[in-house]
Design a protein around this ligand. Sequence first.
Ligand SMILES: Nc1ncnc2c1ncn2[C@@H]1O[C@H](COP(=O)(O)OP(=O)(O)OP(=O)(O)O)[C@@H](O)[C@H]1O
Ligand SMILES: [Mg+2]
Length: 357
Amino acid sequence: MQIKKLTLTGFRNLADLTLIPDRGVNVIYGENAQGKTNLLESIWLFSGLKSFRGAKDSELVGFGKDFARMELDFFAADREQKAVMTVANARKATLNGVSLSSPAKLIGKCSAAVFSPAFLSLVQAGPAERRRFLDTALCQFKPNYAAALSQYNRALKQRNSLLADVQGHPELLDMLDIWDTHLVNAGEEILQLRKEYLSLLLPACAAVYDGLSQSREILSLEYMQKDNTDGKFSLSEMLKVSRREDLFNKTTSVGPHRDDLGIFINEKPARVYGSQGQQRSCAIALKLAEAQILKEKTNEQPVILLDDVMSELDAGRQDYILNHLDNRQVFITCCDPASILRLCEGKTFEIADGKIK
Ligand SMILES: Nc1ncnc2c1ncn2[C@@H]1O[C@H](COP(=O)(O)OP(=O)(O)OP(=O)(O)O)[C@@H](O)[C@H]1O
Ligand SMILES: [Mg+2]
């Protein structure tokens, strides 16, 4: 997928503009609050997903404007295409002149991967963020994963409410066996697919990290099952062992909903020991690896949007991002014009007060 032209009218603080990007790296630079993230957001919205800032549709319309209109000319699936999106209260989209019932119908048509500073929580926050990362990544190309996940969540809810009800009603214990079986069936499928995904993610992620750190550090990933660190037990065995504790606490203490994706730099947990630059590098590597796998699965290279990646990265790491993400169209925002002096090929756009200079 390659963006040929972006045309914006009435979008956030941005002046009406047309941008013809490079097929490789595009750096958008400028001072704070000039519209850099807004520009990336406008591209991202064509992925069909919600804004990566969690913005409501109405917030996309420039102050005092009635509507926003965005046009994207792009090359994907071996042909020139055009998507148009308008926002008044809600977003509406057309693709190649045909109205879509919802902007979500654009999913998979013009794919993008975004890194925003909020994504650092993937490394810095608790396991829930990392499970969400795995779940979202897998749902994008494994429909059976999404199905297993919703079955699992339903069984988990039932099991937890049963655990709460069983006290004083021992006859309900038989029901617990039934829900354990549902939980195990869906849970084992989730575990298998997550592990398969990790076997793709690890080499892709380690390769990016190796490039970022100029082979000075090694990144590794590990699927970490709660109370089953060496993976000796099946989910069914773990549920049996934990049942007493689960009955006491009225909640299910083991299973994929409690697992984690361990991220290590030189074998030490990045969350605990990683420096800011290392944690940022991990998050970028994960995001780029996710996009790489998506490319292998869908045969379409997503456009890479990197919001504010340069800060906290040293010259070597910046150089890797600017000059070594080959065969990908990349849009990078940054504040410091010095960073872009290192750009060997590609285009730069200075943005001030919503206008491209
Ligand atoms: N709907 C809107 N209409 C007009 N202006 C808006 C709208 N939404 C946001 N803005 C303004 O757009 C400006 C630029 O925001 P943006 O997040 O793109 O800045 P930025 O260049 O990425 O800055 P930073 O370097 O601080 O991240 C902000 O001042 C914001 O208040
Ligand atoms: Mg910004």
